[in-house]
Design a binder for this molecule. Structure first.
Ligand code: NAP
Length: 559
């Protein structure tokens, strides 16, 4: 009864290191780790010990006997990652464990690090730093709530993925960890302020914007971006008042990555299945009144080039009605004749089995469409369609739609005081150490992790190895005496932050917000009902600590 990794695999690799027989690959040290769409268990080598189940932070691993019908394909997907071989032959060799990336060894004590951003990259960086004693980590976030895209970017029907917050809760409870939430670096505090109080600052700020589709008509009412729509669906306070207009029968999403699939799935789901999630109440109301019957996910390239991953495609077809036009079916058959790698073939086989769009649909559906290069958004007072050219030919076509969302990737934003590579939209860095692109020299004390370091790719857990590399660089620099000692004493930081950001929220404040949201959800069987405005969040934080919202670092840290 081997174990199987399923759709919500976050690729953080914890399972790899828990496995006593090294049967989970690619491991973070292997070349294909960065490109892999998930991790895979070799069913021949698995000894069924279940250690990986306990290690997985998102509940993605199950014994094969407990797979649901929709998870069954993952048994073959795991097995197909490994080469065929005679019965009983174990590949790779089971004699040694996966090589663990060496943990940074701190020489000396009292390393103080500020981490800006409390999403996955920031939390994994904190976790890695706090494996050493004598380290203090202060985590800043501009919102009163932590966890970045896990809270505001993961689709609400992916609650298993969101369960990674339990790991982040454990990290934030560690000795030496302090939250400064609702305190914005770049507004309340500058980079230099942070360096007065820390040896180093790690920016784990993600990619807060989205790549803009630069065609005529973007900006008309009825046009927008999928990333903003996801933030609205998730109740992010900056997007709570920007509802998508769902009063038309068709929506078009340009781009076919996993974000496009998330939005298409939510827009076509039965709202009652979403009503048991942590979706924002406002989004749920709009979805209940939605007129949308079809979401067209328009890719500019071929089926074999689809940007969505195989696990997400499998999850999509299990829950949604997904169709293809006849000419796109022909493209799929053509690509199946030439595709080489197993993952692409598996995706194409799923696409080939989808019904034709001419089939009558009984519920809102998703049409995956190919070779459509967007030319302009059509409409006057508001959007009424998109003009495409058939990629590779001059032939134009129009798709009528009342809502057009671009979903062509997130985009990093410059950070005050640091260099920025505008083309790649990342902060230039060497293994996480920020580098001045003109001189090629490191910017002392400045580090990056996550999407602002490597661009908006990968999964939540990809940030673990990314953050580990940054922390390793930082600790090496500290050990080598390259970081300046902070001028201020540790206790001065809390005073400074309180004076600059009087609304700062600490761990107790966040726990009060969290508990209040969970209570709001309990009555209706939901994991939580989120507060979608900062004042509501602060009121909940205050209810726990009416006298002061920020109590400073825990006494245990001695700071
Ligand atoms: P993405 O995977 O990079 O996909 C971007 C899409 O936009 C591609 O289809 C791309 O097509 C298209 N595109 C780019 N420029 C375009 C243009 N000018 N005109 C038309 N199409 C254009 O981005 P994403 O969907 O935002 O996802 C970001 C990352 O988050 C990915 O690593 C993704 O896997 C991850 N994510 C994962 C999950 C999950 O695991 N559940 C959920 C959400 C996001 P080309 O290929 O032709 O360039």
């Amino acid at each position: 009864m081997p174990h199987v990794i399923t759709q919500s695999c976050c690729s953080d690799g914890s399972c790899v290191y828990s496995c006593p027989v090294n049967c989970i690959h690619p491991s973070p040290d292997e070349a294909d780790f960065a490109r892999a769409e998930m991790l895979y268990i070799d069913p021949v080598a698995c000894v069924d010990c279940g250690a990986c189940v306990s290690a997985c932070p998102v509940g993605a691993i199950l014994p094969d006997s407990r797979l649901t019908p929709e998870q069954l394909p993952f048994a073959a997907i795991n097995a197909d990652h490994y080469p065929p071989r005679p019965d009983g032959v174990k590949v790779p060799p089971t004699s040694k464990l996966a090589p663990v990336l060496p943990a940074p060894r701190l020489r000396g004590r009292d390393l103080r690090v500020a981490i800006v951003g409390s999403g996955p990259a920031g939390m994994y960086a904190a976790d890695e730093l706090l494996t050493q004693s004598g380290v203090r980590v202060n985590v800043f976030d501009k919102l009163p709530t932590p966890y970045g895209l896990v809270r505001a970017g993961v689709a609400p029907d992916h609650q298993s993925t969101k369960s990674i917050t339990r790991l982040f809760d454990r990290i934030s409870a560690a000795r030496g960890f302090t939250y400064y939430l609702n305190a914005e670096v770049g507004h309340h505090l500058s980079h230099d302020d942070l360096l007065e109080h820390h040896h180093a600052v790690v920016y784990a700020v993600g990619a807060p914007g989205d790549r803009r589709l630069d065609i005529d008509g973007m900006g008309l009412p009825g046009s927008g971006s999928a990333t903003e729509t996801v933030a609205w669906i998730n109740g992010h306070p900056d997007f709570a008042d920007q509802p998508a207009d769902l009063s038309h029968e068709r929506a078009v999403i340009v781009g076919n990555g996993n974000v496009a699939l998330d939005v298409a799935r939510i827009l076509t789901s039965d709202p009652e299945t979403l009503a048991v999630t942590d979706i924002s109440d406002a989004a749920l109301r709009e979805l209940r009144n939605s007129a949308v019957r079809e979401v067209v996910v328009a890719a500019r390239r071929d089926p074999a080039d689809s940007a969505f991953t195989l696990p997400e495609l499998l999850g999509l077809v299990a829950h949604a009605e997904v169709v293809l036009d006849t000419e796109d079916h022909a493209l799929v058959r053509r690509d199946l004749g030439t595709a080489g790698d197993a993952g692409t073939i598996a995706k194409l086989e799923i696409l080939a089995a989808l019904p034709d769009s001419a089939t009558e649909s009984t519920r809102p559906r998703i049409r995956l469409a190919y070779r459509l290069t967007p030319q302009r958004i059509l409409g006057g007072a508001r959007v009424n369609g998109v003009e495409f050219t058939r990629t590779g030919s001059g032939e134009t076509s129009t798709v009528d739609a009342g809502l057009v969302l671009s979903s062509i990737g997130y985009r990093g934003a410059p950070i005050a005081g640091l260099p920025f590579d505008d083309a790649a939209a990342v902060v230039p860095n060497r293994a996480g150490s920020v580098v001045n692109p003109v001189t090629g020299r490191p910017v002392t004390g400045a580090y990056v992790a996550g999407w602002i370091k490597r661009g908006p790719t990968g999964f939540i857990g990809t940030n673990k190895s990314c953050a580990m590399q940054t922390v390793s660089t930082l600790v090496d620099d500290f050990n080598a005496g390259l970081l300046r000692d902070p001028a201020a004493r540790p206790a001065a930081l809390a005073r400074l932050v309180r004076s600059r950001a009087p609304g700062v929220v600490d761990a107790a404040g966040w726990r009060a917000i969290d508990a209040a949201e969970v209570r709001r959800g309990a009555a209706s069987g939901r994991p939580r009902v989120k507060f979608t405005s900062v004042p509501e969040m602060l009121a909940a934080a205050d209810s726990a600590r009416p006298a002061r919202r920020f109590s400073g670092p825990s006494r245990r840290t001695g700071a």
